[in-house]
Ligand binder design. Structure first.
Ligand SMILES: *[C@@H]1O[C@H](CO)[C@@H](O)[C@H](O)[C@H]1NC(C)=O
Ligand SMILES: *[C@@H]1O[C@H](CO)[C@@H](O)[C@H](O)[C@H]1NC(C)=O
Ligand SMILES: *[C@@H]1O[C@H](CO)[C@@H](O)[C@H](O)[C@H]1NC(C)=O
Ligand SMILES: *[C@@H]1O[C@H](CO)[C@@H](O)[C@H](O)[C@H]1NC(C)=O
Length: 903
């Protein structure tokens, strides 16, 4: 029996009951799904709750949960939530302290009633639900099992009915052939960005190097973006932290999940940027990153002592290569203990004065912390305070869970425990008194453990820096260690408890590792973000290895341990873009390769590419050949040029950070984000955009001096050679010159790009005059261009438009046959005025002819200091010697003598 209420405007429709009734469910051993027994509408007309019951009981993967409830809510205009769970017993859900689920703001700017863009319909027996885009009636998601008739007339089941057991949840959706899917990381993808038909994507946080392809890496992102014909895009999030396999069959997608609930969020889009906006509104906007973190970073495992750090910093300066931030891996620690400095090689006073020198030079310092806290030294006060506060994770015998990492035997802090967070903040603050670091790098937080099993015993002998297990542990064997459904781990590890902590480990509130495993890195990220903010009262910079949906609100991310090969260089592009698409815009890969010895040519190409990663860091493993960019003359020259351009682009990158923080927009984006209606862009995996107007086409192969890249329609001006060349594209692949000393960076028509001058640190760049590059089409006489600029001191905790503390300006350019105008609209100007920031140069690309007269705010310019020149090859006008305050609105007009008319 079931009942349907009056659903008001939203109309919960019954979907093709006929199809469902005639549906033959093929015996899968997993039953025939559920039927709807009753439905209760919410009084506000924006959702309902339905009761479901199992049709047929089965035993495969355990007993069914007989009584389920489904809650459907339309949340604002753009998102619908569908949760299906046990009606009678609470089940594990991702804690709101980690992923907030923010309510949607009224995003309808006109204040009109919010009509949802998508709607939900369902069938009752068997139960299935569908999500449809209202504007065109396209079905975006449909879990209703059905029989498909192939072209040959053969009936075949496309997928099983929904299954809901304690340790096994299965659900599928139909997909049309026209869908292109992205997401479901984290893994290294040799096949490029779009998901590949026939592949299984496993989501289980694992300490396994990023050089291993097609395997579950450090993070877990149960989220995908689906682009349909014409570029219409929506997003689907399954907010569930349990281990899962997601099988992509081309015309269907199936989730196999080993716990939690079905908690789906559908984001209506309809553009890729809209989807990111809607998704990050829910899970948390990307955290603002400090301005300095957009400078270049140098790191390696194996910097022996403070003198070596100094030598590296000096060598950058000598080679005139920009360097903003110097890093330390675990080398600085005493016996690999967090919050200690090695007394011989990194004495605290030496390290402190090294960091103070960096600060005096406008540079910064980041150091690593691992979560494992050694329990082997009586005199280790960090550990003693942790014991007193009782903040370590517990084993199944209620003792502190013993594991082994770099320092030897360790306990792991429980970052879900408020006391654990307090203890961590206190340790961070106390250590900061000794070494005034600017950011923290949190590694090994999958969490990585060199042993398997529980109740491990330590015999008192420490072997530091030893990555083979020497503890004696009880072999795993519970239903949690060996769940009935085994997720598919393509990597080196077979069981879910291998290389991590036992699945039976408990948090302070009883939360089991089995459920919370994928969240350990996020919980440490939340704790570390709080700790840094409290300690420094400045904008936190944190680099995290294990990440989850929502991690972008806390940290930056690097793609992990890659290797020094051209393949790794190539795959880093898709990895970076995939990370940006889950709301982690501050991302990069280890430049020149982490594992193995790099080569001059590889490092040269990688420095050129890495100069345009949002997070740009060269990092190398212990014992490998040195790879700082000054090591080879050629690499040094290429780095000066590529990083020189990056530093000139810092105002653009920082304005993109502001956009990311407000709307979730990735900083580095796939081409389809800018050109969703151009289907060719969907498969481009070796190029990327910085924002919507700057495109990078790096060399990804050895021994070549050309590169083939896709250019969406329009004029593209070469930024790297100062607009000496350009590409006029109809939407086509183009061969470009790519000699060893250059990288292809192009600016698309329609863009206004704010630039500054290159310096050796971002701190110096901030003080330099601005150049505005206004790019019009080179082939059309009339054109339009837009851009924006956000500026603040780069280090305030908040990144907001605020009187006196920041400046936000929009630029608009328009050109007709004989005249053009560039104007600024200042939303908040005091900060730029206070800092006396000014625009010195304006470059107009695609200009219609040589300038004949120039007016600023209506006044004819005849000052001798302002000069303009015309280059008919580009064609472009360069206006130099200006003094336009960034904080004040201006209008710059020019008239031209076009080739076909005279003024
Ligand atoms: C620092 O390490 C380098 C490289 O091993 C070594 O040559 C140098 O003597 C060390 N300096 C100090 C002060 O220990
Ligand atoms: C703690 O004791 C160990 C020896 O067990 C010693 O090597 C280390 O320097 C001591 N650390 C502190 C902080 O006193
Ligand atoms: C953990 O299990 C994996 C098998 O999945 C095995 O390769 C590894 O050696 C085990 N490690 C230890 C320390 O037992
Ligand atoms: C620009 O103009 C301001 C006053 O509007 C003046 O204070 C400043 O010195 C000028 N800067 C340059 C470089 O001419």
């Amino acid at each position: 029996m079931w009942r349907r209420g009056s659903m008001g405007m939203l109309m919960w429709q019954l979907l093709s009951l006929v199809v469902a009734a005639s549906c033959v469910i093929v015996a899968s051993g997993l039953g025939q799904g559920q039927r709807v027994t009753s439905v209760y509408d919410f009084p506000d007309g924006r959702g309902f709750r339905a009761d479901l019951e199992v049709i047929e009981h089965t035993e495969l993967y355990g007993a069914d949960v007989n009584e389920l409830s489904m809650t459907v809510r339309v949340e604002g205009q753009f998102r619908v939530r569908v949760q299906i769970t046990d009606r009678n017993t609470d089940r594990w859900e991702v804690p709101r302290s980690l992923v907030p689920r923010n309510e949607p703001k009224n995003s309808n700017r006109l204040g009109l009633p919010q009509e949802a863009l998508i709607k939900l319909t369902y069938t009752t027996n068997p139960f299935g639900f569908a999500v449809t885009r209202i504007a065109n009636n396209e079905v975006l998601f449909n879990s209703t099992p059905s029989v498909r008739t192939s072209l040959e007339g053969v009936e075949s089941p496309s997928f099983n009915s929904m299954v809901f057991k304690d340790q096994y949840l299965e659900i599928s959706t139909h997909l049309p052939g026209s869908a292109t899917l992205f997401g479901l990381g984290e893994s290294t993808r040799p096949d490029g960005l779009p998901l590949v038909k026939g592949k299984t994507y496993t989501l289980w946080a694992t300490d396994i190097g990023a050089m291993n392809v097609n395997t579950d890496l450090y993070g877990a992102y149960p989220y995908y973006i689906d682009v349909r014909a014409g570029g219409l895009t929506h997003g689907v999030l399954l907010l569930n932290s349990n281990g899962m396999d997601i099988k992509y069959g081309g015309d269907f997608l199936t989730w196999h999940v080993i716990g939690g609930t079905f908690d789906f969020y559908f984001f209506a889009g309809p553009t890729p940027l809209d989807v990111l906006d809607q998704y990050t509104e829910l899970v948390g906007r990307p955290a603002p990153m400090p301005y300095w973190s957009f400078g270049f970073h140098q790191c390696r495992w194996g910097y022996k002592n403070v003198s070596e750090l100094k030598y590296v910093v000096e060598s950058f300066k000598k080679a005139q290569i920009p360097l903003d931030t110097m890093w330390n891996d675990i080398d600085y620690m005493e016996n690999y203990l967090d919050f200690t400095a090695d007394a011989v090689n990194y004495p605290e006073d030496q390290l402190k004065s090294f960091v103070e020198d960096l600060h005096a030079n406008g540079q910064h310092y980041v150091m690593i912390l691992d979560p494992g806290i050694s329990m082997a030294y009586e005199n280790y006060s960090t550990f003693q305070r942790g014991l007193e506060q009782d903040i370590f994770l517990k084993d199944d015998d209620d003792k502190n869970f013993l594991a082994q990492v770099w320092p030897g035997p360790v306990y792991f802090p429980d970052f879900l425990n408020p006391k654990g967070k307090e203890w961590w903040t206190n340790e961070v603050s106390m250590f900061h008194e000794k070494v005034p670091f600017d950011g923290l790098w949190i590694d090994m937080n999958e969490v990585s453990n060199f042993c398997n099993g529980s109740q491990c015993k330590f015999n008192g002998v420490i072997y530091p820096n030893h990555n083979e297990c020497y503890l004696e542990c009880k072999k795993p064997g519970s239903q949690w260690d060996e769940p009935p459904y085994k997720i598919v781990r393509q990597g080196a590890y077979e069981n879910i408890g291998d290389k991590t902590i036992a699945m039976t480990v408990r948090h302070f509130d009883g939360t089991m590792e089995y459920n919370a495993h994928n969240l350990y890195g996020l919980s440490e990220s939340v704790a570390t973000n709080d700790a840094l903010r409290i300690t420094r009262n400045k904008r936190p910079f944190i680099l995290a290895r294990s990440t989850f949906v929502g991690s972008g609100a806390q940290t930056a991310h690097w793609t992990g341990d890659n290797a020094a090969t051209f393949k790794d260089l190539e795959y880093s592009i898709a990895s970076m873009l995939n990370t940006g698409m889950v709301g982690l815009p501050m991302v990069g890969a280890d430049i020149c390769g982490f594992a193995d010895d790099t080569t001059e040519e590889l490092c040269n190409r990688w420095m050129q590419l890495g100069a345009f990663y949002p997070f740009s860091r060269n990092h190398n493993t212990f014992g490998a050949t040195p790879q700082e960019p000054y090591v080879w003359e050629q690499v040094a020259a290429s780095s000066r040029a590529a990083l020189g351009l990056r530093y000139r682009l810092l105002p653009h990158l920082y304005s993109l950070m502001f956009e990311a923080h407000n709307r979730g927009a990735p900083i580095a984006r796939p081409l389809f984000f800018a050109f969703p209606e151009d289907a060719e862009t969907l498969t481009v995996s070796k190029q990327f955009m910085l924002g919507s107007g700057v495109m990078i086409t790096p060399v990804t192969l050895p021994k070549v001096t050309t590169v083939n890249g896709y250019f969406p329609k329009g004029t593209w001006y070469n930024l790297f050679n100062n607009f000496a060349t350009k590409v006029e594209s109809k939407g086509e692949y183009v061969d470009l010159d790519a000699p060893l000393d250059s990288i292809n960076v192009h600016l698309h028509e329609g863009t206004i790009l704010p630039m500054q001058e290159s310096r050796l640190t971002s701190t110096e760049v901030m003080k330099t005059p601005f150049t505005l590059v206004v790019a019009f089409s080179a082939s059309k006489p009339a054109g339009y261009a837009r851009g924006k600029l956000f500026i603040d001191n780069g280090d305030d905790v908040e990144m907001v438009i605020r009187k006196g503390r920041s400046t936000f300006v929009r630029f608009v350019g328009q050109q007709s046959e004989q005249r053009g105008v560039l104007s600024s609209k200042v939303v908040s100007g005091d900060y730029a005025a206070k800092e006396k920031l000014f625009i010195q140069t304006v470059i107009i690309l695609g200009a219609n002819g040589a300038p004949t007269a120039l007016r600023i705010n209506g006044e004819l310019v005849d000052s001798s200091s302002v000069t303009s020149s015309y280059d008919s090859a580009t064609p472009s006008i360069k206006i130099s010697g200006l003094n336009l305050s960034v904080g004040s609105e201006f209008e710059l007009q020019w008239t031209t003598k076009s080739s076909h008319s005279t003024v």
